[in-house]
Design a protein around this ligand. Structure first.
Ligand SMILES: Cc1cc2nc3c(=O)[nH]c(=O)nc-3n(C[C@H](O)[C@H](O)[C@H](O)COP(=O)(O)OP(=O)(O)OC[C@H]3O[C@@H](n4cnc5c(N)ncnc54)[C@H](O)[C@@H]3O)c2cc1C
Ligand SMILES: Cc1cc2nc3c(=O)[nH]c(=O)nc-3n(C[C@H](O)[C@H](O)[C@H](O)COP(=O)(O)O)c2cc1C
Length: 581
């Protein structure tokens, strides 16, 4: 049977040509004849005459779209931009900053960057090495290159959208021509990102008369569309810590009633939650708005009543004209004042007559919270398990409770329904080729590895698996202890090392265990193993990486630079994979 190849000159983007080849390439003559007749029929019914350009028509202008992502938002937006660009006569290619060859940048005539900020104003960990290269290496000037930057971030962080801003500044310093202003998006980025995309693509696209003929098709769309929010029933809600622990970590089993979410190991679920009504009442009281029942409902279910950002602080000052608040902004003290404070502190410390509109203006949309899926669909067909640690702390003399984790831990019970959506992370998957894996997941970082172990057990995966877990106390905080013991007994897990930090006078963490086991770890990695890290981004992830560099230095008698290069190479090979928060 003849295999049909769609020529590269066809009036489609590269990704669409690949998809067409997948479908049409191997089709039988009957299938091809049916398709031809079907498409001809569609055209005659629609009455639209599609003018297909002769191969000599002007080629579509290339557009390079680079994304820097940790949890997938920037990548998804990069693909959305590509779809819009294709419709405007551009030929987009979407590149992960982690894979970007800097030398190719100056050859690009049009560039778009979509960049998220992580940590405390840091690049997504996967792209850290390339980001530093982009910011510091000498790869030539970008004179005349047209570019636009879309930045993703969270106004709750002091370094809001720092990475997008720095990339924007760097491209300008290298001689690039900014065609539209950068937009710094908060967590509710969909609308501003869509508006920016229209503007940026318009500015980058060639004039209509000069465009090559591109017929926009959306073959990739069906695959790219993510299922929407679905409802799931809580079938289990158990605190895995002992009653004597100072922590509360909930194992939450959700059963899908209508649509089963097609999550994969490594994905998270976005959980849609509500504020604590008691906290809303406290805020309404401080604002003098206790009688507004409609506002109360809205604040409970839709607004972020905690986050106090510089932006909301400034909005409060402008909207109310509060003199002290204004003075803090003018003196530059506002940034320090908001540190570890929330909206309730602002309203109760600087009371003034407030309207419902004022409260709406200083609160943003309540965002869902992500939780790594701790189960595999191969073993739990219509369920997804999450592991949620209750966030509780005290600052400025006030007890604080995390919104989502306490919504689950304190106010939900078995039989209740919750709303969730998949947050795909295709950069954090167990291998399918039988290689070994090393998993480092202290605290709730253990969650995706429970999914990995279940998945590999169900799939009969060949490679060895090694788990590092840590928490405070063996007796009180050993999450899923019996399951790990069973997995070790059955051979579903090859090795496990644990570090309970407070069981002895000196603190012991997973990175200490990594150091102790360095010879075996280096041997596994030299044999092609993947190395996964999940959990705390602030300290743990950095300490683990540093421990691995030291391990290479010691085991292989390398200089510090050579050991760093060895670990960076594992990252480049996409064998050092992180999902940290
Ligand atoms: C991809 C991804 C996967 C995740 N997976 C998991 C998971 O499997 N399990 C899990 O439990 N969490 C996970 N998280 C974290 C989770 O999304 C939430 O951030 C976490 O549960 C807190 O949400 P919350 O609504 O309870 O707290 P929030 O109301 O969001 O409050 C949290 C905020 O409180 C502040 N804060 C917290 N502690 C202190 C302190 N001691 N001092 C001062 N300020 C403090 C910080 O600003 C922090 O951002 C994940 C996050 C991401 C991005
Ligand atoms: C642990 C963590 C740290 C973050 N740090 C910052 C930050 O310093 N500045 C900022 O503007 N946004 C910060 N964000 C918000 C992310 O940039 C935002 O969620 C973004 O949409 C993520 O995009 P991505 O999915 O492409 O990675 C942080 C988010 C998390 C979960």
């Amino acid at each position: 049977m003849a295999v049909v190849q769609i020529p590269k000159t066809a009036p489609f983007g590269d990704e669409d040509i690949a998809l067409l080849n997948q479908v049409v390439g191997g089709a039988t003559p009957t299938q091809r004849a049916w398709l031809a007749g079907f498409l001809a029929g569609v055209e005659s019914v629609s009455g639209e005459v599609v003018e297909v350009a002769a191969p000599a028509a002007a080629a579509a202008q290339p557009l390079t779209i680079v994304f820097a992502t940790e949890s997938g938002n920037s990548e998804r937006l990069a693909n959305d931009i590509a779809r819009t660009a294709r419709k405007s006569g551009l030929k987009p290619s979407v590149v992960d900053l982690a894979d970007l060859d800097m030398a190719t940048l100056k050859a690009a005539r049009r560039l778009v960057f979509v960049a998220a900020t992580w940590g405390e104003g840091e690049p997504p960990s996967r792209v850290a090495v390339k980001y530093n290269e982009l910011m510091t290496a000498d790869f030539g000037r970008l004179d005349g290159v047209e570019y636009a930057v879309l930045a993703l971030g969270d106004t709750a962080y002091a370094e809001f959208c720092a990475i997008g801003r720095k990339i924007d500044e760097r491209l300008a310093a290298l001689g690039g021509k900014r065609v539209v202003d950068r937009v710094d998006c908060d967590l509710d980025f969909e609308k501003p990102a869509a508006a920016w995309t229209e503007k940026a693509v318009k500015a980058l696209a060639p004039p209509e008369a000069e465009r090559g003929k591109i017929i926009p098709v959306e073959f990739g769309k069906a695959a790219a569309v993510k299922p929407d929010i679905v409802e799931a029933e809580i079938v289990e809600l158990t605190n895995l810590n002992s009653s004597r622990s100072d922590k509360e970590t909930v194992h939450l089993a959700l059963r899908f009633t209508d649509t089963v979410l097609p999550y994969e190991p490594g994905d998270s679920l976005d959980l849609y939650v509500e504020n604590d009504p008691a906290e809303v009442d406290e805020l309404l009281k401080a604002a003098g708005l206790s009688d507004d029942k409609a506002l109360r409902d809205e604040l409970i279910s839709q607004r972020d009543i905690h986050t106090l950002s510089l932006k909301s602080f400034e909005t409060y000052a402008t909207a109310t004209g509060h003199q002290y608040v204004k003075a803090l902004i003018d003196s530059g003290e506002a940034r320090d004042w908001i540190q570890d404070r929330q909206l309730i502190d602002l309203v109760s410390n600087f009371p003034i007559t407030l309207t419902a509109e004022h409260l709406r203006a200083v609160t943003r949309t309540l965002a869902p919270r992500a939780y790594s899926v701790a189960s595999s669909r191969r073993e739990n067909e219509d369920e997804a398990h999450l592991l949620i640690s209750a966030v509780r702390y005290e600052t400025h003399g006030r007890a604080r409770k995390g919104v989502a984790s306490n919504y689950i831990a304190l106010r939900r019970k078995r039989g209740d329904k919750v709303r969730v959506k998949v947050r795909v992370n295709k950069h954090f998957r167990p291998p399918t080729d039988g290689r070994d894996i090393i998993m480092v997941g202290p605290g709730t970082g253990i969650a995706p590895f429970r999914a990995f172990v279940q998945e590999r057990r169900a799939a009969g995966a060949k490679g060895r698996s090694w788990l590092f877990f840590g928490d405070r106390h063996f007796t009180h905080d050993f999450l899923y202890q019996l399951e790990w013991q069973e997995a070790l007994k059955e051979g579903d897990l090859t090795r496990m090392d644990v570090a309970f930090s407070r069981d002895q006078p000196e603190k012991v963490y997973v990175q200490d265990r990594i150091w102790e086991r360095r010879r075996d770890i280096v041997e596994w990695l030299d044999g092609g193993a993947n190395f996964y890290v999940c959990g705390d981004a602030k300290a743990m992830a950095k300490d683990v990486r540093a421990a691995l560099v030291r391990a290479y230095q010691d085991v292989k008698a390398l200089s510090a630079e050579a050991a760093e290069a060895a670990v960076a190479q594992i990252e480049r090979d996409k064998r050092y994979l992180t999902d940290t928060y």
